[in-house]
Design a protein around this ligand. Structure first.
Ligand code: AMP
Length: 477
């Protein structure tokens, strides 16, 4: 099947052609025709299946007819996180390049005043996180009565994050006569209930999970019984003994990224780091060093690595097993690309056991365990300084050039269960209402000034996603 069989306009087919995609993915093939026929849809599909284009493409054609009015968006897409929201916005930019649709992104980390201005001009597509949308609605800056199309994306993630009451309220503010598309990787009971209440005679489309792990990647779990020092030792052993040309080492926390990079450098490895505390130019500079082979090891946090797509490395190390199993697939997908083989090691200490269980459940694969690591004969720490320098040069010469390009930030890990592990810098406007109210109360009791009517700058919590060109709003870094 080709895109031309789906009933899309010539302009859209041209834009799709420009991306180089030749065939629709199964969710696109199944969802696009009924969406164009104005059916409500329940799409059971996860990220990675091409589901974004399955609603963005038909929406563009549907919205091509008609005009926007001030403060009355014609369509609304709800996303659980601002990263996903920005990713959807990028899809509109890519596929809508031959159309003249206006868009606005209502997410935290963006000046609200600018968002209000964009809304006042009138938008065809409004992409929002529920928290920020409710906030603006409460301030009377937005009317949802002209919104004839609603997309609730990643509904199960919304549920995890406590957004369902917000979504229910938003749904009641839209006209009853509308088209609603709901996407979710899973259909737990509260999502079914939501769908029963707010969708009309929906067509359910379910697609298989994408091939979660690439067969070109050899995967290993490295059990580590002891404390962090044991993990570092095991890592150094593998780095020294394996044919590591270029490697990305993922850690769950920014502090671990910093500490590990320091430790590796101290042991003579040519390593660099990227994490959410670095600004975008600093991250790009570090990436450039990796790309040029000045360093052949990059220690990274998920958020930083998500904003910057680095592919084509020989090894991926999960120094920590990722909290969210989807991140595992994404992390190890940095290796074994384009027919090349790759190796992924995941260190599993006492804190990682639950995470690796979840990963194995998601991928449906039991990952082989490394029984015992051979003794670290050639730890760079023992290499004389002069030799270390030569080692770096050799690494730089041999290192294949990793493909590095800017990419839309990927899914943000589910935050709810993670809070127990880490004080995640949660951005206020991404929070469900109950949490926002709690926070407001806390602010008052501390005698602090409450948020002003127009928030000028919100801490972006490490956001580093690219800003689509069409946005008439300014991100505050
Ligand atoms: P999504 O599930 O929407 O997050 O998309 C996952 C990835 O698939 C994104 O990088 C898309 O650009 C890509 N993609 C979307 N549609 C297609 C297609 N028809 N063929 C190949 N890749 C696609």
């Amino acid at each position: 099947m080709s895109f031309a069989d789906l009933g899309l306009s010539d302009e859209l087919l041209r834009a799709v052609g420009d991306t180089g995609y030749t065939e629709p993915t199964p969710i696109q093939a199944s969802a696009i025709p009924p969406v164009l026929m104005m059916r409500d849809i329940i799409g059971i599909a996860q990220t990675g299946t091409g589901k974004t284009a399955s609603f963005v493409l038909p929406m563009i054609d549907i919205l091509a007819q008609g005009r926007s009015r001030a403060r009355m968006p014609r369509s609304l897409i709800l996303e659980p996180t601002r990263e996903l929201a920005a990713q959807v916005a990028e899809n509109f930019e890519t596929y809508g390049k031959y159309h003249k649709l206006s868009m606005a992104l209502l997410i935290g980390g963006v000046q609200m005043g600018d968002q209000v201005k964009a809304l006042e001009k009138g938008v065809d597509v409004l992409i929002a996180t529920p928290g920020r949308l409710m906030d603006l609605f409460g301030r009377g800056k937005i009317l949802l009565t002209g919104c004839s199309m609603l997309v609730i994306d990643e509904a199960d993630r919304m549920l995890d994050m406590g957004f369902i009451p917000d979504i229910e309220e938003i749904c009641t503010k839209l006209p009853a006569q509308r088209q609603t598309l709901l996407f979710s990787a899973t259909m737990p009971a509260p999502i079914k209930k939501l769908a029963d209440r707010f969708l009309t005679n929906p067509k359910t489309i379910e697609v298989a999970r994408p091939a979660t792990t690439n067969t070109n990647i050899t995967q290993w779990v490295v059990p580590v019984k002891g404390p962090a020092v044991e993990k570092r030792k095991a890592l150094r052993t593998l780095l020294a003994q394996e044919d590591v040309r270029t490697a990305i080492i993922f850690c769950n926390r920014k502090t671990t990224v910093r500490e590990l990079n320091k430790s590796l450098k101290g042991h003579g490895f040519a390593s660099g780091e990227i994490h959410g505390d670095m600004d975008q130019p600093a991250r790009l500079a570090e990436l450039e060093r990796f790309k040029k082979g000045d360093v052949n090891i990059l220690v990274a946090s998920d958020v930083a690595a998500r904003g910057l797509d680095v592919k084509g490395v020989s090894h991926v190390f999960n120094y920590d097993a990722p909290w969210h199993p989807d991140d595992y697939v994404h992390r190890i997908g940095r290796t074994g690309r384009g027919g090349a083989t790759g190796v992924a090691y995941t260190f599993v200490g006492p804190d990682d056991v639950e995470n690796i269980d979840n990963i194995e459940k998601l991928t449906g694969q039991k990952i082989a365990r490394v029984d015992a690591l051979p003794a670290a004969e050639a730890e760079p720490a023992e290499v004389p300084r002069r030799e270390r320098g030569r080692r770096r040069e050799r690494i730089a010469d041999e290192a294949p050039q990793p493909e590095v390009r800017e990419e839309a930030p990927r899914r943000e890990r589910s935050r709810r269960s993670r809070d127990a592990h880490q004080p995640v810098e949660r951005e206020r406007d991404d929070q469900p209402r109950a949490a926002r109210q709690r926070e407001d109360r806390r602010d008052t009791t501390r005698g602090r000034a409450r948020a002003p009517a127009v928030v000028e700058a919100v801490d972006d919590g490490g956001w580093n996603g690219p800003v689509p060109d069409f946005l008439h709003v300014g991100l505050t870094y």
